[in-house]
Design a protein around this ligand. Structure first.
Ligand code: GDP
Ligand code: IMO
Ligand code: MG
Length: 420
């Protein structure tokens, strides 16, 4: 048995939560491999809405085991809140949630540094989620990190204090507040210390041997990857396929199907280049109809046309096998649908890397225009029943990417999904 993977192909919020929940009916284990509470994965079931930040999106299904991998960074306060919210809905979390002992902890002072860096003009604003993600990964790679598996060590409190001291000196140098309120953090840490901590790499490799079906759930999206995204306007983890191996401790030989998920248009939260961004009535329509407001921060998401330069780049980097297209219904009212097929900078054609380096010259997208379907597709249940123009849009993207679109999502609910 191999580990299948779902990866966001854009700047996050593609609809991973909905699809992982849907697909988890066919898997024994769902494993999150990177990121932290910067993620917000929404699952809508009837009148219930769940927004998961750190817990994998398989948690709603009672038989599914959910694993948090070593490259995830965890905020105990947010994790405890998530567990309690799910338990309030009658969902048993603790017996089915396994957490890697190697997952790094987000400290209150990591969040303070994140906020301080975002405020400081000299450091340059990324528009982070202010969850302490960047500073926590910095400490991990700097070898200062505190890991969940160390909380019972006799020296843990001392290590925490030394880390906090170091963070306070950073805050002091940046001229930011040094008042730490960590009572809630310690209380939450105590409450989550009874979670099942495991060597997730061993657990998952054993599960593979036992023939268990495993799905790895990505957070953020390919264009926010620390190495290949629109640097420096990215997150601090590896969101791409190799992150599955380093984030769960499995070999590349264990990777099965790679599903790439994208929206029928584009969105982005936070700062950074976005060539196909729309600052007009169509952009506002996409935001309103798509409820494009951050699941984690509530910030309005920037909206724009689908960007095939970026999408093809993400498919290449991840070795995507099959595509999943989300939120097609949001484009119901458009007479014309546009898709960027190339960029030029200073008159010369460039690839996605034009977004990873600051330039004085603007990246200009060039578009193909397709006829819109101009009708409601939210209740459509099959590819054949889609309007001809909607089918053309799907075929057009398949033609450009050379990949099949296997799932088309036409609404937030589980049953608003077309399997092709
Ligand atoms: P994620 O971070 O990739 O899991 O995505 P988010 O949950 O942050 O954002 C996706 C949003 O779109 C959520 O509010 C979903 O409920 C919603 N959604 C998912 N699929 C569809 C769809 O096909 N149509 C519509 N209209 N909404 C969708
Ligand atoms: P999901 O998993 C969309 C963005 C932030 C910011 C940049 C860096 O829900 O798709 P960070 O807090 O990670 O240091 O912020 O990355 N960002 C996301 N945008 N969806 C997400 O997660 C994101 N997680 C981080 O807005 O621009
Ligand atoms: Mg999200």
């Amino acid at each position: 048995m191999a580990v299948d993977v779902i990866l966001g192909l854009q700047w996050g919020d593609e609809g991973k939560g909905k699809i992982v929940d849907l697909m988890s009916a066919n898997y024994d284990i769902i494993a999150r491999f990177q990121g932290g509470p910067n993620a917000g994965h929404t699952i809508i079931i009837g009148d219930k809405k769940f927004v998961l930040h750190q817990i994998p999106s398989g948690v709603i299904r009672p038989d599914v085991i959910n694993v948090i991998g070593n490259a995830v960074v965890l905020d105990p306060v947010i994790l405890l809140k998530e567990i309690e919210q799910l338990e309030n809905h009658g969902i048993d979390v603790r017996s089915r949630l396994l957490v890697s002992r190697r997952a790094n902890l987000i400290l209150p002072t990591h969040r303070m540094i994140d906020a301080c860096q975002e405020k400081s003009t000299s450091a340059g604003k990324v528009g982070s989620t202010l969850k302490g993600i960047g500073p926590t990964y910095q400490d991990k790679t700097g070898r200062f990190g505190l890991r969940l598996g160390e909380i019972h060590s006799p020296d843990f409190k001392g290590r925490y204090e030394r880390a906090t001291e170091r963070h306070l000196s950073i805050l002091r140098a940046m001229g930011c507040s040094e008042e730490v309120d960590d009572a809630a953090w310690w209380k939450a840490l105590d409450a989550i210390s009874s979670l099942q901590l495991i060597d997730a790499e061993v657990y998952l490799n054993d599960a593979i041997k036992d023939g268990k079906r495993i799905l790895a759930e990505g957070a953020q999206g390919s264009l926010l990857d620390i190495d290949f995204g629109s640097y420096p306007y990215v997150t601090s983890s590896n969101t791409l396929l190799p992150g599955v191996c380093t984030g769960l401790g499995i070999s590349h030989k264990q990777i099965g199907k790679v599903y790439g998920i994208f929206k029928a248009y584009s969105t982005r939260v936070g700062e950074g280049p976005f060539p196909t961004e729309l600052n007009d009535a169509d952009g506002q329509m996409l935001r309103d109809k798509g409820h494009e407001y951050g699941s984690t921060t509530g910030r309005p998401r920037r909206t724009g046309w689908l960007d095939l330069v970026a999408l093809e780049y993400a498919c290449m980097l991840n070795g995507v096998d099959e595509l999943i297209m989300m939120k097609m219904d949001v484009m119901n009212e458009l007479e014309q649908v546009r898709v960027a097929t190339s960029y030029t900078v200073g008159g010369f054609e460039t690839g996605f890397s034009a977004l990873a380096f600051e330039s004085t010259e603007e990246v200009i997208p060039h578009y193909d225009s397709l006829e819109g379907w101009n009708g409601d597709i939210q209740e459509v249940k099959s590819y054949e029943a889609l309007p001809e123009q909607a089918q053309s849009y799907i075929r057009y993207i398949e033609g450009k990417t050379g990949l099949p679109i296997r799932i088309i999502s036409v609404g937030p609910e589980r049953d608003q999904t077309i399997m092709v």
